[in-house]
Design a protein around this ligand. Sequence first.
Ligand code: GLN
Length: 313
Amino acid sequence: MTNASADLGRIVTDIAEEMRARTDRGEVAHYIPELARVDNKHFGLAVVGADGEVACAGDSDMPFSIQSVSKVFTLTLALGKAGDRLWQRVGREPSGSPFNSIVQLERERGIPRNPFINAGAIAVTDLILSGHQPREALGEILSFMRFLADDPDIAIDEAVAASEQRTGFRNAALANYMKSFGVLDNPVEMTLGVYFHQCAIAMSCKQLAMAGRFLAQSGCHPKTGLQVIQAERARRINAVMLTCGHYDGSGEFAYRVGLPGKSGVGGGILAIAPGKASIAVWSPGLDAAGNSHLGRVALEALSKRMNWSIFGA
Ligand code: GLN
């Protein structure tokens, strides 16, 4: 073990211990009944470094609902399918609004601000679905995750998907609204079905950090050496993660952590230290903007101790 990896291992263990002792844990998401049942005492952290070393601590092997973290991977797939044409149906500016807000859509004629708010992610999923049956589109998303993470065991939590399908009235409103502007090509129920299932993919921190490696490695999948996407595209996805990945908490995340990151209401965050590491953290309690509270605190500590901020030392 090199000194650097010994340091990383110790820092990751220390941070997990510090987080375990904290009492400010935030609130689990209540609007999806299955997520409301998750114990907010969990904490997991996994870091995969550029040379392949893995440092983990806490509940880093326990699968959780990745929710909106899935949007990074569907954006990658949709860009592969449509190229820059994707940007005709979805913007890439921060929204400054909650993840499920509908107000901007009316002013901007059904074009969502970015691919990470719910409306934008639904529009991205609709593009992946075109030309396929929902089952095939989901199979494509799941196979992509399994390939990236190098793990055939990644699966969808059907109970979470069904729970959101039963209660996803707000997403149905967003989708119908976009459909009225001609932004969605497929029947709304089909697009939403795929969207709810992609959000219900269950992964551990370790699996998620493995899946994010290509974004830390200029688009390259380290195990196979395959270029998943061009370096320029990886850089741009990281840019959208930095500016939009935490909804109206994106500024605060950039200010405190200084890394591209994408959060989900399951309490997970994928963060990328370009050229250095892919990081996944999980703590189910959320802050007011719907981002993992201790996840952000832990990433702030990690980025500071490893000197990983993209904005300099
Ligand atoms: N499935 C969730 C929803 O659509 C995802 C939101 C999130 O993770 N921020 O509401």
